[in-house]
Design a protein around this ligand. Sequence first.
Ligand SMILES: *[C@@H]1O[C@H](CO)[C@@H](O)[C@H](O)[C@H]1NC(C)=O
Ligand SMILES: *[C@@H]1O[C@H](CO)[C@@H](O)[C@H](O)[C@H]1NC(C)=O
Length: 192
Amino acid sequence: MWHFRLCTVQDVAVFLSITLYMWGFAGAISIYSPQRSLTRSVLEDVFFSVDFNCSGNPTIQWTFMSGLVSRDIGTWQPRLYTNITVDYKSRVKPFENGSMALSDLRLQDAGYYVVTVTDPAGSSKDVGFVLKVNEVLFEDLQYLSVSALALAFVASLLMLAMWLLHKACRKIKAWRRRKQMPENDATELQPL
Ligand SMILES: *[C@@H]1O[C@H](CO)[C@@H](O)[C@H](O)[C@H]1NC(C)=O
Ligand SMILES: *[C@@H]1O[C@H](CO)[C@@H](O)[C@H](O)[C@H]1NC(C)=O
């Protein structure tokens, strides 16, 4: 009786572990992402769109890499918790399907973004994105050239006005001097 029971427990345990193993195998993580190479401009937003298939509630982790720098962006578990690092807190929006929105882009945001999906059993899979960030050169240049033109126009107007004033002043002075010379000489000579 005892012996039989022990056997059954053992069998059940073996059966259970095989089932769990198969289940884990069948539920191997897969990550889907429509676009892995993105280009945006400074101050724009970017949406890293992913979706995953995974048994159990996974942990999603995003990491940024550029050159030798590797930075944690955040970790979350759908419907359980969200932990975004302080550097990104104001700019990152996490989604339940693992997607991440990053707003107000800067030049330094260019680089690789890796999302890692880890299932409750501990196995994980990751997918990388490349983000290029362009400077808004065209608009800047347009703005600069327009303001430069406006400034040049105002400056030339001012110069013309000054030149005209100067000329007028000199004419008036000369005319006055010619008219008042004798009087001036008289008044200036008086105190002496
Ligand atoms: C992930 O979810 C967001 C928001 O619900 C959605 O816009 C996006 O398309 C989803 N991504 C994929 C790859 O399904
Ligand atoms: C959130 O992340 C930081 C650093 O990545 C870690 O120190 C902290 O313990 C985490 N908090 C939670 C609630 O997981």
